[in-house]
Design a protein around this ligand. Sequence first.
Ligand code: HEC
Length: 176
Amino acid sequence: MNKIIVSIILAVILVVGINKITNVIYNVEKPEKSAYQVESVTTVASNTTSESEMTNLNSENIMAIFASTSVEDGAKVFKKCAACHSIAEGGANKIGPALWGVLGRKAGSVPDYKYSKALVAYGKSWSFEEMNGFLIKPKDWIKGTKMSFAGLKDVKERAAVILYMNANSNNPLPLN
Ligand code: HEC
């Protein structure tokens, strides 16, 4: 019985001790952490938002996300698209239509590309918001599209690739 009590006390001392040590370590690192405070606050905020809220938020604020990404990031993301799309000026249609100057262009309007009926009927122009919505999950945004690509879940990836496509154009859409 005594042994049990002693080992419980020892365990308590051990836990308290570890706590103390952790506190010391935490305090030492504290100044370094506060340098990133703004970033960690935004991370926490986005983590606590549910996925559907995120989608709404993201499509409303896609232009705000541009600031945190770059055309270079977009070039990397575009590798996921390059199997099916060219992006260079005068690039050919592949499995999907050529994407030079796609932002601001009417959806389904490359003359020598055979689009699905759904995309031809869609009729809208590719604004930043439309493109963002489409790239989240193409088959949800335009029911019946033949673009068999799952989508880009990460808003930063979508923003980056949209920036990249906008830069590859004679008439980029204004960024503000
Ligand atoms: C597996 C092949 C494939 C991949 C990968 C793919 N696409 Fe497509 N994409 C297509 C096809 C096919 C179409 C034509 C859809 C239709 O007619 O319904 C299309 C259409 C589009 C359109 C509409 C163009 C227009 O002229 O209206 C855009 C924009 C687009 N894709 C962007 C992308 C981006 C950005 C990526 C990468 C994140 C991507 N696609 C990845 C096959 C693909």
